[in-house]
Design a protein around this ligand. Structure first.
Ligand SMILES: *Cc1c(COP(=O)(O)O)cnc(C)c1O
Length: 421
């Protein structure tokens, strides 16, 4: 899609990755096939030798998946992208491609929970060491470097603290010491933040969140800057096997068509709701990069094109107030994950970050009354009205009549592991 190379994000989300296909469909078809036939033995050999572009087997490449990958690479301003079965598959493939036994990595302490677990439990078994630091503190990053530091892994804004890493400064520190910078850009999407602009080497996303935006797919993506690295990553992904299937790729590509519109609305709504929360008497403090009270408000304005859809706030009544508010919301849905069109609410200390333990939570600034909101694209005043009635229950002893949730209780869940999104 070379004619779109210079296009704006609003145009790219609609057109990037829409190549010409047989019969002229406007939308890339779902190539639901595991394998592709060769016209003759010579073509099969040429495809395997890489002398001809084409498809062999869907773990190695598939046109529907490739269409999505082209779209995301264009949006991030990268060279190529690799769609993966989940955000975690993208992160694992990235670490497996960049690190080996004896290497050291630095990562944000307020990093996505399973990323932290992957680094601390799986990578350590392969002899890879790590140091968690507050990546909003450049001096702390600088102190954490060792001669064998190969990767600095940054999530900005952090989850759920919403602290911001200065990407330009982090990249300078890392590059001076021969390390690469990987940014998890899930919270911003390429519409609000383009880490390559600040020198980042590799970008990863959970497609599950804003990029797909409709809470109906689990997926991930890696974006790289050059062909050499792309080749190494593609080989690793092919060997680890965590690829995104064609149907999911189709859905995510479809979701991305409205990404620019959705991100605008997430920002407008979240700003309004953050201001409402900041003025509420049951709320101790609000953390949102669009509020002047955010300690890094100015950095957010230079690095990000908008403050995003995620808000964290601290309730005055701690864990108990958190429980009451969670049980009182009606329009907001009590669920983990984020970045969808619907507003979600959750209580990190008792949910996503429960397995961290109190000491690690304290270090990562995850306090007892912390609530995380992923603001959707509903009418902002109606979200505010729902939060207002829920917050009025933050301090009462029992929920007043009529506040009882009469929705059917979900069926019992199969065993699942904690510590998620
Ligand atoms: C959800 C999430 C992930 C993991 O993505 P999955 O698609 O759930 O595997 C990684 N990083 C961040 C910031 C996330 O929010």
């Amino acid at each position: 899609m070379t004619q779109h190379d210079k296009a704006s994000p609003e145009t790219l989300v609609v057109h990037a990755g829409t190549d010409r296909y047989q019969f002229g469909p406007v939308i890339p078809p779902i190539y639901a096939t595991s394998t592709f036939y060769f016209t003759d033995a010579e073509q099969g050999a040429a495809l395997f030798a890489g002398e001809e572009h084409g498809y062999i087997y869907s773990r190695m490449g598939n046109p529907t998946v490739e269409a999505l990958e082209k779209c995301i690479a264009a949006l991030e301003g990268g060279h190529r992208a690799l769609a993966c079965a989940s955000g975690m598959a993208a992160i694992h493939t990235t670490f497996a491609s960049l690190l080996e036994a004896g290497d050291h990595m630095i990562l944000s302490d307020a990093v996505y929970g399973p990323t932290c677990t992957l680094v601390e439990t799986v990578l350590t078994r392969y002899g890879i060491e790590s140091t968690g630091v507050d990546t909003s503190d450049l001096a702390a990053i600088e102190r954490a470097f060792r001669p064998n530091t190969k990767v600095v892994y940054v999530e900005t804004p952090g989850n759920p603290t919403l602290m911001i890493a200065d990407l330009k400064a982090v990249c300078r520190l890392a590059h001076e010491r021969g390390a690469l910078v990987v940014v998890d850009n899930t919270f911003m999407s390429p519409i609000l933040q383009q880490p390559f602009r600040w020198g980042t080497d590799i970008v990863v996303h959970s497609l599950t969140k804003f990029l797909n935006g409709h809470a109906d797919v689990v997926g991930g993506v890696i974006v790289v800057r050059d062909e050499t690295r792309y080749g190494a990553f593609r080989k690793m992904l092919n060997q680890l096997g965590g690829v995104l299937p064609p149907f999911e790729s189709f859905l995510v590509h479809r979701g991305i068509k409205t990404l620019a519109l959705r991100m605008k609305q997430h920002c407008v709504n979240a700003q309004k709701i953050a201001e409402f929360l900041a003025s509420h008497s049951a709320v101790e403090w609000v953390r949102y990069p669009g509020l002047t009270s955010h300690p890094q408000y100015e950095l957010a304005r230079t690095q990000m094109a908008g403050a995003g859809g995620i808000i964290s706030f601290e309730l005055k009544g701690g864990v108990e107030a958190g429980r009451r508010v969670m049980n009182s919301v009606k329009l907001c849905t009590l669920a983990v994950s984020l970045g969808g069109v619907e507003t979600l609410i959750q209580h990190p200390p008792s949910m996503t970050h429960a397995t961290m333990g109190p000491e690690a939570r304290r270090r990562a600034h995850i306090t007892d009354g912390l609530v995380r909101l992923s603001i959707g694209i509903e009418n902002a005043d109606e979200i505010i009205a729902d939060l207002e009635q829920a917050l009025s229950n933050a301090t009462v002893k029992t929920a007043p009549r009529g506040m009882v949730d009469r929705r059917p209780k979900p069926a019992p869940q199969p065993d699942h592991h904690t510590s998620t999104t």
